[in-house]
Design a protein around this ligand. Structure first.
Ligand SMILES: Nc1ncnc2c1ncn2[C@@H]1O[C@H](COP(=O)(O)OP(=O)(O)OP(=O)(O)O)[C@@H](O)[C@H]1O
Length: 588
C-alpha cells in the first residue's frame, strides 16, 4: 500500500461514522490511561477505610470503593494495566504468528508442515485451563498470564497470514520478481506484506478485544494478582459488594464495554475501508520492473489485449478468481483474464466446459458462488470499479446497469407466480413504479422481445409457456431497467435450433436499437458466428486468443482455437445462418 493509499484508507475509516466514533473513543481512552498520573486524583492503591463506599464528591468524582480507594484513579490506572496487558498479549501473538505465517506460506515445505502441526496442537488446548494451570505454575502476575494468552492466540495470526501468503506465492508478479533476482526478504517485504497488512490490522483489533475480555474474566474470577488495579479486579471487588453498592460495577463495566465495542467497530470500519475499491491503474505485475525480465513466453497470454485501452462499458483486467479449499489453500480457476465490451457490441466468451467462462461472468456480476472470490485484478462497469465493491452497491449496479440472462430459462422462473408478477416485481422495486405503470412497462417489454399477445402472456404461469418464450421473458426482465450491459450465460443452450436463432436475433436487435453491450458466454462457435462482433477464447482459466469474429473464426492463431473450430467442423453440418424476422414464423 502506498502512502497515498494508506492515507485514503485512513480517511475512509474516519469518514465512516462508526469508524470515526470508535477511533475517537479509543484515542480518548488511551490518552486518559496514559495521562493517569496527571489526571488521577490520587494513588490507585491509597486507601482510607473511613471513606469506604463514599459517595461522589469533588475530590472523588466517581466515589470510593469498599477499601476506601478512589474509583476514578483505579479506573485510570486499571486501564493502564488492562490495556497494557492486552498489548503484551498482542505483541507476543504478532511476533510468533506473523513471521512464522509469512515463512510457512511463502516457503511451504517442511517448516510449513511442522508449523501447521504445532499450531493445530496449540489450538486444540483449552485456553482457560492452560491459563489457570500457568497461573498455578508461573504465579499470579497478570503480565505472565498475558504472555501465555499471546502464545495461545498466535495461531490465529499464523493461519491468517499463511493462507493469504500461500495465495500470493503463485502470482506471476512474485515469479517475475524472483526471476529478476530479488531476495526473498525483498519480495516478502514488497509484494507479500502489503497484501497481509490489512487483514492483520483487523485481526489485531479483534484479538485485542478478546485479550481484554479474557484478562478481565480471569481477574473477575480472582485468578489475577489481586494486588494490581485492573478493570477485571475492580469488577471482582464490585461484584462482592453488589448488594451494598451496586454502582461500583458500573465504571469498570463501562470502561470494558466501551473499549471492546470500539475495537470491534473499528475493526469493521477498517475492513469496510479496505474493501472499498482503490483505483488501480493496471495490474501490478505489468508495471513491475522485474516483469520485463520475467519469462513472458507463456503462449496463453494474449499478445494484443494488455496494451488495449479499457472499454468504457465493461473492462476486465488481470482477473484472477480462486476458491478456498478446506485445508486453507486456494484453487485458482481464472488466471489473469483481460476482456472488454463496448456499447453496441456483442462479445462472445467461448471455451469448452470448465474453461472458466462462467466464473469470469459471475465475477463481473459480483455473484461468485460461496468460497469463490476475486483475488486480483480490476473490473470496471460503466467506469466504476466493482472489485471490492460493497454488496449493496453491486446489487444496485445489477439492477440498473448490469443485467443477466441465465442458461436455464424454465428453472429461473418461479412456478408459483404469473409471468406478469415476476416481471413487475423488479420493475416496481428498481423504477419505483405503481402497479398500473409497471404492468404497462411489462407489456411493452414483452412486445419488444416479440412475444405475441403480451396482455395474455402476463397472466400465464411459467408451465403454460414454451422454453423459447420463457427465455424471451427472462430477456424482457433483464431489459426492464434499461441496462447498458447484458451478461448472457449460454442463453440458447436449452433451446432448439429454431428458437435459438430467434433469441439470438433478439439480442442482435437490442444491440442495434439500444446500443446494448452484451457479454455472451457460450461454448458454441455457431452462436458466435451468428451474433458476435468480437470473441475471446478461454482455455483453462486464461484467454488464449481474442479479436474480431472474422479474425478468430477465419484465421485462428492459437492451436486451442483451431482445435475448437475443427471440432465444430467435424460435427457438421453447421446450422443455417440466422434469417431476418420477416422470413420467420414466430415460435413459442
Ligand atoms: N464452487 C466451486 N468450487 C470450486 N471450483 C469451482 C467451483 N465452481 C467452478 N469451479 C471450477 O472452476 C473452473 C471453471 O468453471 P466454470 O464454471 O467457469 O467453467 P465454464 O467454462 O463456465 O464451464 P461450463 O460451460 O461447463 O459452465 C472449473 O475447473 C470448475 O471446476
Amino acid at each position: 500500500m502506498s502512502d497515498n493509499n494508506r492515507a485514503a484508507t485512513l480517511r475512509r475509516v474516519l469518514r465512516n461514522p462508526l469508524g470515526g466514533l470508535s477511533a475517537a473513543l479509543l484515542l480518548v481512552l488511551v490518552l486518559a490511561v496514559l495521562l493517569a498520573p496527571l489526571i488521577a486524583p490520587q494513588d490507585p492503591d491509597a486507601s482510607s477505610l473511613a471513606e469506604a463506599f463514599a459517595e461522589t464528591s469533588g475530590a472523588h468524582p466517581l466515589g470510593m470503593d469498599s477499601a476506601g480507594r478512589d474509583i476514578l484513579s483505579r479506573v485510570l490506572y486499571g486501564g493502564r494495566n488492562t490495556l497494557g496487558g492486552a498489548l503484551l498479549a498482542l505483541a507476543v501473538a504478532l511476533v510468533l504468528g506473523v513471521p512464522s505465517g509469512l515463512f510457512a506460506g511463502y516457503r511451504g515445505g517442511r517448516f510449513d508442515a511442522v508449523a501447521n502441526w504445532s499450531v493445530n496442537l496449540v489450538m486444540a488446548l483449552p485456553a482457560m485451563v492452560v491459563l489457570l494451570a500457568s497461573r498455578a505454575i508461573l504465579g499470579p502476575d497478570v503480565r505472565v498470564l498475558m504472555i501465555v494468552l499471546g502464545v495461545l492466540v498466535a495461531p490465529s495470526f499464523f493461519r491468517l497470514v499463511r493462507g493469504i501468503v500461500a495465495n500470493v506465492r503463485g502470482e506471476l508478479y512474485v515469479d517475475a520478481a524472483k526471476v529478476s533476482g530479488l531476495s526473498d526478504t525483498r519480495i516478502v517485504a514488497r509484494h507479500v506484506l502489503t497484501v497481509v497488512r490489512g487483514p492483520i490490522i483487523i485481526q489485531v483489533a479483534l484479538v485485542a478485544g478478546v485479550a481484554i475480555a479474557l484478562q478481565a474474566g480471569l481477574e473477575f474470577l480472582g485468578v489475577g494478582s489481586g494486588s494490581t488495579a485492573t478493570w477485571g479486579a475492580m469488577l471482582n471487588e464490585a461484584f462482592q459488594n453488589i448488594q451494598r453498592a451496586p454502582m461500583l460495577i458500573l465504571w469498570p463495566g463501562l470502561a470494558l464495554g466501551l473499549t471492546n465495542c470500539a475495537l470491534v467497530l473499528l475493526a469493521g470500519a477498517v475492513r469496510d475501508a479496505l474493501e472499498e475499491p482503490t483505483p488501480r491503474p493496471a495490474r501490478r505485475r505489468r508495471t513491475e520492473p522485474a516483469a520485463a525480465t520475467a519469462p513472458d513466453s507463456d503462449p496463453a497470454e494474449p499478445a494484443a489485449e494488455p496494451a488495449a485501452p479499457r472499454a468504457a462499458l465493461l473492462s476486465v483486467r488481470g482477473l484472477t478468481v480462486a476458491y478456498a479449499r478446506p485445508d486453507g489453500t486456494a484453487k485458482e480457476v481464472v488466471h489473469g483474464v483481460d476482456l472488454d465490451v463496448r456499447p453496441g457490441e456483442i462479445v462472445g466468451l467461448v471455451g469448452e466446459s470448465g474453461s472458466g467462462k462462467t466464473q469470469t461472468a459471475f465475477s463481473v456480476l459480483g455473484l461468485l458462488p460461496e468460497g469463490g472470490r476475486v483475488t486480483h485484478g480490476s473490473i470496471t462497469v460503466d467506469g466504476r470499479e466493482t472489485v471490492g465493491m460493497r454488496e449493496r452497491d453491486h446489487r444496485a449496479l445489477r439492477g440498473r446497469t448490469l443485467a443477466y440472462v441465465p442458461q436455464e430459462p424454465m428453472s429461473n422462473l418461479d412456478p408459483a407466480f404469473t409471468i406478469g408478477s415476476q416481471l413487475m416485481e423488479p420493475i416496481r422495486h428498481h423504477l419505483g413504479l405503481g402497479r398500473k405503470e409497471a404492468a404497462e412497462h411489462a407489456r411493452e417489454l414483452l412486445r419488444q422481445v416479440e412475444i405475441p399477445e403480451p396482455e395474455r402472456t402476463l397472466r400465464l404461469y411459467p408451465h403454460e409457456i414454451s422454453g423459447g418464450m420463457a427465455q424471451r421473458v427472462l430477456i424482457a426482465g433483464a431489459m426492464s431497467c434499461d441496462p447498458a450491459l447484458l451478461i448472457a450465460d449460454e442463453p440458447t443452450t436449452a433451446l432448439d435450433v429454431r428458437v435459438q436463432a430467434e433469441v439470438l436475433g433478439l439480442l442482435r436487435g437490442l444491440r442495434d436499437e439500444r446500443g446494448l453491450g452484451v457479454l455472451l458466454v457460450t461454448h458454441n462457435l455457431g452462436v458466435v458466428a451468428d451474433v458476435c462482433d468480437r470473441v475471446a477464447v478461454m482455455n483453462a482459466g486464461r484467454i488464449v486468443e481474442s479479436g474480431t469474429t472474422e479474425q478468430i473464426l477465419g484465421a485462428p492463431r492459437d492451436p486451442y482455437t483451431r482445435a475448437l473450430l475443427a471440432a465444430v467442423l467435424d460435427d457438421a453440418p453447421a446450422r443455417a445462418p440466422w434469417k431476418p424476422r420477416e422470413a420467420r414464423t414466430v415460435t413459442a
